[in-house]
Design a protein around this ligand. Structure first.
Ligand code: PEP
Length: 249
């Protein structure tokens, strides 16, 4: 039985004051939560997360990482820097990074490896656009994005990673994949991995992300291959995020 994980992606939201309120509410709500919980905060707030969450069960992480270890890469943040601030997870390949910042499959794979080298758990985000789904290319896109990482890092690298299926058309739109649509893709990811390493496939956490709300989380998380969620908008509202975490109980 895989323990579920619910991870919040705050995107570029927050302030020291708002974060403190949100994190204190999350900490207070943790006794009612059985799944693992993480928040991926903007880089400047990692020190705050580290100091406020150190005595709690809530894990913290980042939303992006450089593929480079150090050097003349102005504006970038390395995996060793994230580790110094106690990060547990880091998102790689979020669709906003792919579409707005030009991150290719190859760059995502390099970031995945850079994160693991420093002991961080990469949360590898995969997802198709609406046009790709309507053209019947969903599985091809997901498996291409997954293969780019496997080819670069080796399939065993997935043993210390998390995968998040996030259909681009469902992120921040209020339109959620139906439980059956999500389950179909999650199962296909697991089958693909089982072909390469059957032991590993059964233990891999595959999260669903895309307009998860307290109202739809129970049904999504009840699917056999959905092991929790990656939550954007609802992660900024403590009661909603806690309700989603409880849906994973
Ligand atoms: C996300 O940002 O990864 C996400 C899933 O956002 P939302 O929950 O708002 O759709």
């Amino acid at each position: 039985m895989r323990k579920k994980l619910v991870a919040g992606n705050w995107k570029m939201h927050g302030s020291l004051q708002q974060n403190a309120l949100l994190l204190e509410r999350l900490k207070a709500g943790m006794p009612g939560v059985q799944c693992a919980v993480a928040v991926c905060v903007p880089h400047p707030y990692l020190a705050q997360a580290q100091s406020l969450l150190a005595d709690s069960l809530v894990l913290w992480g980042a939303q992006s990482v450089s593929e480079h270890a150090s050097g003349a890469y102005t504006g970038e943040v390395s995996a060793s820097m994230l580790r110094e601030f106690g990060c547990h997870h880091v998102l790689v390949g979020h669709s906003e990074r792919r579409s707005l910042f030009g991150e290719t499959d190859a760059v995502v794979a390099a970031k995945f490896v850079a994160a693991q080298k420093e002991g961080l758990v990469p949360v590898l985000c995969l997802g198709e656009t609406l046009a790709e789904r309507e053209a019947g290319h969903t599985m091809a896109v997901i498996l291409r994005q997954l293969s780019a990482v496997i080819d670069h890092a080796g399939v065993v690298a997935l043993a210390s990673a998390v995968v998040a299926y996030e259909p681009v058309w469902a992120i921040g739109t209020g339109v959620t994949a139906s439980p059956a649509q999500a389950q179909e893709v999650h199962a296909a990811i697991r089958v693909r991995l089982a072909e390469l390493d059957s032991g590993l496939a059964g233990g891999l956490k595959i999260l669903y992300g895309g307009s998860v709300k307290p109202q739809n989380a129970v049904e999504l998380f009840a699917q056999a291959d959905i092991d929790g969620g990656l939550i954007g908008g609802a992660a900024l509202v403590a009661d909603d995020f806690l309700a989603i975490c409880q849906a994973a109980n």
